[in-house]
Design a protein around this ligand. Structure first.
Ligand code: FES
Length: 123
């Protein structure tokens, strides 16, 4: 198999229902991965342009289902099954779906955001 231009890592980690941060599998990540894989193949992108892989936890559970896109270095968050065609369209066009791209802040767990660092005068 040829090296693909991009690899999409879909977190399919599963935690028990009610786990504080939730998990991507509980929010439908397995179906999202399957649809992504199917759609890439149907559009003829799977062999050279992009491969959809499953992943363990990507450490943005609060924003899952999450998909990391490499080598571009961005992540999609709160992905729904209905978003897959738009994600594949963007891949085909060499763009990304901006409304789903996680901001820098979203990589931090919500309850840990905006806490002043020690020595910042917040204590
Ligand atoms: S469970 Fe998916 S990012 Fe942690």
């Amino acid at each position: 198999m040829a090296k693909r231009e991009r690899y999409l890592f879909v977190c399919v980690n599963r935690r028990e229902e009610g786990a504080p941060n939730g998990s991507c599998a509980v929010r439908g990540a397995l179906d999202i991965h399957a649809e992504l894989k199917k759609s890439l193949k149907e559009r003829g992108l799977a062999a050279t342009r992009a491969r959809a892989c499953t992943s363990s936890c990507l450490d943005v559970c609060w924003a899952g289902p999450a998909i990391f896109v490499e080598p571009d270095g961005y992540a999609y968050g709160r992905v729904r099954l209905e978003d897959v065609p738009e994600i594949v369209d963007a891949l085909e066009q060499g763009t990304r779906v901006e409304r789903l791209v996680l901001s820098e802040e979203e990589y931090t767990e919500p309850r840990k955001r905006s806490q002043p660092a020690p020595g910042d005068g917040g204590e």
